[in-house]
Design a protein around this ligand. Structure first.
Ligand SMILES: Nc1ncnc2c1ncn2[C@@H]1O[C@H](COP(=O)(O)OP(=O)(O)OP(=O)(O)O)[C@@H](O)[C@H]1O
Length: 488
């Protein structure tokens, strides 16, 4: 009222207070919900803690035990315990270097590198490499999962963000390697959305691999050991049911792959289970070193070589016809030897032969052997320097491809197939100082493997010659009871 006159009050302009939704929940339910949330947080926290302790025991358990020991017993017992621990580790490293490295040293390096390299740099590298994405204000960043150091490489597991493909990582391999202080980086797919990055710090194949002792014994033709892979496992080369192409520039070590195969097959050759046939267009410089290993051997790339190829192609067809409907793959029960045809410098026979007719006959025979020889037990191991299409036009018929040192990156694609170089198979970067090192790709296996063939020295070849002396070679096993058919 103002002098008896009504004045409207000013409208209320205050902001109506907004209360969170849970304030409206009845009191009892609120307490129950809070309790459930607390228990949930405690469980998640405990699980995470256990995971951290299991994954990184050194940086968690050692300081925790030290603090407990100090608190419980005092400083002197702690120092004594530490000294005993160090002494124990030194003795362990002396007695069992490998187990010490695996269980102690590499674990330490793992935890050190995770804490000092990967965790601190991860976020910024992901952003700068364009591997983290933003959508409606939210950042999607690849998750850094388990890290495992093996001395020469760090294996870093990553969970990709949605809609990301491994190719996005393969394209950034070099940048990632530089960012994390590694010499190179390779990408492997583990399962959907999870990949593993190999950050390589050193080459574990710098030292030559010596051949094992020659001894009679069974040879598994699907897994013939011809060297060592970079993870320290035997390099197993499939021969049975495969055709093998070995490519490398001069001096890359093709000879060592060839002789590693012969070395491992030698007991089977002596037992008559394997028949080696060889063509050496270089006049016998290579295969002529152990001529007794071969059932038939031709030096040169002329008519003799072509006739040999044609006779093998005829055998392939004849054996395939006999096996048809009875067996799908050669086995020793057939009583017939597995035939391994080794052609050193295949291009000399099928591409560089100046006589067109001879060349075409050789190509036809080699194509027959590679395309039909798998089931009846005929394996071609072909070695070439130049993988171009004009030289080997039917590379796809070789199911196992070995790329030793090559000159150009394009040659790697030619030998190993498209996309394999992108995953890290850099055969063109193999050092001249490590002959025998190769990238191997087998059909049906996504990831290529890096390995080094045995170093078969002249002395080893002398041992091989001795082992395969003619007197020692037994006759090929005849078919059971001279039967025409083949046992199933
Ligand atoms: N696996 C290996 N480990 C260590 N040294 C090797 C290995 N393979 C080859 N070498 C060495 O590298 C050199 C060249 O090897 P090799 O003659 O086998 O190469 P290549 O590719 O067959 O060459 P070319 O095409 O000229 O015949 C040789 O001195 C050999 O001793």
């Amino acid at each position: 009222m103002n002098g008896g006159k009504w004045v409207d009050p000013a409208p209320f302009e205050g902001v109506r207070p907004r209360v969170p939704w849970w304030v409206l929940v009845p009191g009892k339910a609120k307490w129950v919900a809070a309790l459930v949330a607390l228990v949930w947080l405690a469980v998640v926290g405990a699980v995470r803690l256990v995971l951290i302790v299991v994954r990184y025991p050194v940086v968690t358990l050692v300081p925790a035990s030290a603090v407990w020991c100090w608190w419980r017993f005092g400083l002197s017992p702690l120092i004594l315990a530490m000294l005993s621990l160090v002494a124990g580790l030194v003795i362990w490293s002396g007695l069992g270097r490998d187990s010490f490295l695996r269980h102690v040293w590499f674990r330490l390096v793992t935890e050190w590198r995770r804490a000092t390299v990967y965790v601190p740099r991860w976020r910024s590298v992901m952003r700068l490499a364009d591997l983290a994405k933003r959508d409606r204000g939210r950042e999607y960043r690849p998750r850094l999962r388990r890290v495992r150091s093996e001395g020469w490489r760090d294996r870093v597991r990553v969970r990709m963000v949605p809609a990301q493909s491994p190719e996005a990582w393969e394209l950034r391999r070099d940048g990632l390697a530089h960012s994390f202080g590694a010499r190179s980086c390779r990408v492997r797919v583990l399962k959907p959305r999870v990949i593993e990055l190999d950050f390589v710090h050193a080459d574990p194949l710098v030292r030559p691999v010596t051949v094992p002792a020659l001894a009679d014994g069974d040879v598994d033709f699907k897994r013939v050991v011809v060297g060592r892979t970079e993870s320290g496992k035997p390099w197993r080369l499939r021969l049975l049911g495969a055709q093998v192409l070995v490519v490398g520039v001069p001096g890359a070590g093709k000879g060592s792959v060839l002789w590693s195969v012969v070395w491992q097959l030698a007991p089977a050759v002596r037992a008559g289970l394997v028949r080696l046939v060889g063509i050496d267009p270089k006049g016998g410089m290579e295969l002529g070193q152990v001529p007794d290993a071969f059932d038939r051997l031709v030096f040169g790339n002329g008519a003799d070589a072509v006739e040999l190829l044609e006779s093998i192609a005829v055998e392939v067809k004849e054996r395939a016809a006999r096996y048809r409907g009875i067996r799908r793959l050669w086995a020793r029960e057939t009583g017939e030897p597995l035939t391994v045809l080794i052609v050193d410098e295949l291009a000399d026979v099928i591409a560089y032969q100046p006589d067109r007719q001879l060349r075409e006959r050789a190509v036809r025979a080699v194509q027959t052997i590679t395309s039909q020889g798998r089931a009846p037990g005929y394996v071609l191991v072909g070695l070439v320097q130049d993988p171009r299409k004009e030289v080997v036009g039917f590379r796809h018929l070789f199911t196992v491809r070995v790329a030793l040192r090559l000159d150009e990156p394009q040659q790697v694609d030619m030998v190993l197939g498209d996309g394999v170089r992108q995953r890290g198979a850099a055969a063109h970067e193999i050092s001249e100082n490590t002959p025998g090192v190769a990238w191997v790709k087998q059909d049906g296996q996504r990831e290529p493997e890096r390995a080094r063939a045995f170093h078969v020295t002249d002395d080893d070849l002398a041992v091989l010659r001795d082992f395969l002396r003619p007197g020692e070679v037994r006759p090929f096993p005849t078919r059971p009871d001279g039967a025409e058919g083949v046992a199933a």
